[in-house]
Design a protein around this ligand. Structure first.
Ligand code: ZN
Length: 100
């Protein structure tokens, strides 16, 4: 697993910077150039999210039958896990690619 680098100046994002990118300033902290997530890494990052929502959650519901509270905690836990994991999947580019 590796962290993304800036497409403009090759600055390697730290984990904290890549994490912050998800929520706010979508710029390289070194050269202030706006960075966009490439279409292919957007898809790669979407696969684990889709797997969790469409595969894992239904399986949990069918085989475990959690109460609403348990289910809620599982969803929050998975969401946190994904958020922590996603920075490793991003690849940045200088140009925005249209995401279908
Ligand atoms: Zn940069």
């Amino acid at each position: 697993m590796k962290l993304p680098t800036c497409a403009s100046c090759q600055h390697s994002f730290t984990y904290g910077e890549a994490m912050r990118y998800q929520f706010s300033r979508r710029k390289c902290p070194a050269c202030k150039q706006k960075q966009f997530i490439t279409k292919s890494s957007f898809v790669t990052a979407g696969i684990p999210s889709a797997l969790i929502v469409f595969v894992l959650l239904p399986i949990i519901q069918i085989f475990w039958g959690p109460s609403f509270m348990e289910y809620f905690l599982v969803v929050i836990g998975l969401f946190v896990f994904l958020t922590l994991f996603l920075p490793f999947l991003y690849v940045f580019s200088e140009k925005q690619e249209p995401i279908p």
